[in-house]
Design a protein around this ligand. Structure first.
Ligand code: ATP
Length: 249
């Protein structure tokens, strides 16, 4: 990987871009994933490449929601696997969630490459390969999930998800936590908890909040109060305002 000096103004963004490039080279990330990354970078640039106070609140609400869940599942696609494999494993451990590989452009090779990559980063049980259940309302390939994974989950984290699938999962009655830098995307608009932040910041932040809430021995009532206090409409509006009117340093 090309060395990027720390004082380069876009250092973090360039490093993230390189990880996606490497993901494509390793057969983890699709070419469409490169385009998705480009879109994300543009929104992140306008957000000042930092976690806004409103995103931080969403991340805390997401942590509380995950701790309250009976069966939380974290969905991983090619971009997520390239950008935050170890961080997703840590989050899964912090909230006792399953990890499921879930691809928009599903191929057996890419499913296997992502599962291996997650195992190299500490995952023990990776779901998604059985594909023995279907999300209703989607065409066959896009609908495949594991019966004892996403199909059975009550709370799902779907970062960088396609709008159709986010809507279909919500229609199944799942509580969705979406990570997406575009507050106007259908995925973010569908989510119970939309986190408008770069996934490289969002996932470690949710893990930190989950650990804090656990260390404080938070009761169910306290966790429910955090979730109830989260206002999704306000969060989406604040993110859109920051993007449209934000002051760049
Ligand atoms: P939708 O179908 O929901 O309307 P879309 O077609 O705009 O979405 P895609 O290009 O399929 O979306 O998915 C990429 C989405 O993920 C974009 O909204 C983009 O802003 C977001 N995204 C890309 N990279 C990141 C990242 N690193 N962190 C968070 N979000 C990201």
């Amino acid at each position: 990987m090309t060395e990027i000096p720390d004082d380069h103004p876009r250092a973090q963004s360039l490093r993230t871009r390189h990880r996606i490039e490497e993901g494509v080279e390793k057969g983890i990330t699709s070419k469409q994933g490169l385009i998705a990354q480009g879109r994300g970078e543009a929104y992140d640039y306008l957000l000042g490449e930092q976690t806004t106070p409103s995103a931080e609140r969403a991340e805390r609400a997401a942590a509380a929601q995950l701790l309250l869940a009976d069966h939380p599942v974290l969905s991983v696609n090619g971009n997520v696997a390239a950008l935050v494999p170890a961080e997703m494993v840590e989050l899964a451990e912090a909230v006792d969630a399953d990890i499921e590989v879930n691809l928009f452009n599903r191929t057996e090779e890419r499913m296997a490459a992502i599962a291996d990559h997650l195992r190299e980063h500490g995952a023990t049980d990776v779901k998604g390969l059985a594909a023995d259940a279907r999300i209703p309302g989607l065409e066959h390939e896009r609908a495949k999930v594991d019966e004892d994974g996403i199909y059975d989950a009550d709370v799902v984290v779907v970062p960088l998800e396609d709008g159709d699938r986010a809507e279909a999962l919500a229609e199944m009655g799942k509580t969705e936590i979406v990570v997406d830098l575009n507050p106007m995307s259908r995925s973010a608009q569908t989510a119970a908890i939309p986190i408008v932040d770069n996934i490289v910041r969002a996932v470690p932040n949710v893990t930190r909040h989950a650990r804090e809430l656990r260390e404080q021995d938070s009761s169910r009532e306290e966790l429910e109060a955090i979730v109830a206090a989260f206002d999704r409409e306000a969060a989406l509006e604040e993110a859109e305002r920051a993007i449209r009117q934000g002051e760049l340093d």
